[in-house]
Design a protein around this ligand. Structure first.
Ligand SMILES: Nc1ncnc2c1ncn2[C@@H]1O[C@H](COP(=O)(O)OP(=O)(O)OP(=O)(O)O)[C@@H](O)[C@H]1O
Ligand SMILES: Cc1ncc(COP(=O)(O)O)c(N)n1
Length: 253
């Protein structure tokens, strides 16, 4: 039987040893949605559902070598960027941006547990690239320098941030705001009552990258990713993995 070649998607992000967020969430999302996942590690975190106890940034030349190795050999159709632990890596990725197709940037700054994972300066160089930017409200507030709590404030922030498109995510509000092609729209989902939300942003941005790799336009990709993250949150509502906020169930679709 002939086997179809899946689209190749790349995640450039940090490792979460607890498996719920970062590279691990990204690769599970790619697999669940039918893409072949590749990865460039920017940092190793010692982390579980309770918090982050150590962060080891990967030296910029080793990040560059991983990126070159993947891009030299595999037909990458979309790229998701997560945690960037070092401004030099942000500069490196910005210099490569025109060779990173269907770029989705999740400006990871603070973990759900409250740990600082990266500084705004690390992601700043990439903000000028033609990417789909997916900040949560806290990250959007840090990037625009204004409070972002309400849906109108999410819309204002989405319009201020540049790039190909911006989606400000609303976490437990289950409402996101997309600004694309001069149009701002609210994307409302079903709220899921769960404590297991660790890695929801990583999962959402990775799902957008897969859908772009499969040929969706940005609004369709964002809507499909919203459906997927809602299903993965609902599918992990009742399981217990770790004593803190647990992971999503990426294969509950
Ligand atoms: N309880 C929930 N019910 C429904 N949708 C949710 C819920 N929590 C998050 N979402 C959705 O998950 C997606 C990711 O958004 P969120 O704002 O949680 O990202 P984030 O805070 O960056 O995540 P993280 O930092 O945990 O990786 C968005 O589409 C958001 O609406
Ligand atoms: C390596 C890594 N990348 C991203 C996150 C954000 O995810 P969350 O906000 O759900 O903790 C994380 N905790 N760890």
């Amino acid at each position: 039987m002939a086997v179809m070649t899946p689209p190749v998607v790349l995640t450039i992000a940090g490792s979460d040893s607890g498996g719920g967020a970062g590279i691990q969430a990204d690769l599970k999302t790619f697999a669940a949605l039918g893409a072949y996942g590749t990865s460039v590690l920017t940092a190793v975190t010692a982390q579980n559902t309770l918090g982050v106890t150590a962060i080891h940034p990967i030296p910029v030349d080793v990040v560059a070598a991983q990126l070159e190795a993947v891009l030299a050999d595999l037909p990458v159709a979309a790229v998701k960027v997560g945690m960037i632990g070092d401004p030099a890596v942000g500069e490196l990725l910005a210099s490569w941006a025109d060779r990173l197709p269907n770029l989705v940037v999740d400006p990871v700054l603070v973990a759900t547990s409250g740990a600082r994972l990266a500084e705004t300066a690390s992601v700043a160089p990439l903000l000028k690239s033609p990417c789909v930017l997916t900040p949560n409200r806290q990250e959007a507030a840090a990037l625009v320098g204004e409070p972002v709590e309400t849906v109108p404030q999410m819309a204002a922030a989405a319009q201020k941030l540049g790039g190909r498109a911006v989606v400000v995510t609303g976490s437990e509000l289950a409402v996101d705001v997309l600004h694309f092609g001069g149009v701002t729209e609210t994307i409302a989902g079903e709220p899921v009552a769960t404590v297991n939300n660790h890695g929801s942003g990583c999962t959402f941005s990775s799902a957008i990258a897969v859908r772009l790799a499969l040929g969706d336009r940005v609004p369709e990709a964002v809507r499909a990713a919203k459906k997927y993250v809602t299903a993965a949150l609902a599918g992990g509502r009742d399981w217990q993995l770790g004593a803190g906020p647990g992971p999503l169930n990426h294969f509950a679709i």
